[in-house]
Design a protein around this ligand. Sequence first.
Ligand code: NCD
Length: 304
Amino acid sequence: MNHLLSTQQFTERKMLEEIFASAEELERAEKEKTLEPYCAGKILATVFYEPSTRTRFSFEAAMHRLGGDVLSAENAAGSSSAFKGESLEDAMRVVSGYADAIVLRHPESGSAERASRASLVPVINAGDGSGEHPTQALLDLFTIRKELGRIDDLTIAFVGDLRMSRTVHSLLYLLPLCRNIRLFLVSPKTLALSPEYKGFLVQRGIPHEEADLAVAVPQADVLSVTRIQKERFTNPAEYRAVEGSYVIDRRVLEQLKKQAIIMHPLPRVNEIAKEVDQDVRAAYFRQTKNGVAIRMALLKRILT
Ligand code: NCD
């Protein structure tokens, strides 16, 4: 079945290029009001056990744009039968009888894979704990391509929580499809990229080094910032120790290349100062809009 659980499913450059070309075409058609209702008669269920603004709304907007319908549980943990103790597997089995595809967000790593085994229809992983967030990674790479005109020959600095950021994990898995990528990993020691992902980078020959912000910023083409995710810490003291570790502000901007871009999956808390929003290199709000185009392309592909 056509599940989208991990960006590791993207094994060829061609697969990326097809999605990007389709996203561009659908975006253009949408703008010109010539978009065809490719998903008419189809139902998408968005089942979210964790908060979301962009991911859920952009999936739902994409489905509406394509003429389809949406069933939504925006607080599945509190408002669905999960509250009564129903298992994820049972919930997925049931919802898959009502919809043609399920978009799932859940706090446990591996939950999307579990869901896919119980579901009778395609499951799209919209974030499984600190595991992966494949559709975000696709829209991130699509954003880089749009903003910089390429997805090759890039120095990318990942800043923030690299241990638990599912958006970072999913993007890393796409990088072997790009040529000549170099990475800077900027994080507090306790939030460093885990050995599993470092091992992947070594195995795929992607040069990477842990560095301070001051070293990484002047060399970066893409400054990819992530939130330190309070909700993922079991120990509040551990969170307080790293809270506010990095702030991208006017002083950091002075060190950044003229042609570079700043990305963030959002929400930001205070890791990017508001004063940065005015800078042309701040791409994060443009990035959010690209989510609709990418998700239209994915829904069209999965549902038709
Ligand atoms: C991210 C997520 O939920 O993983 N947000 C998003 O989907 N755009 C990042 C985050 O919550 O910090």
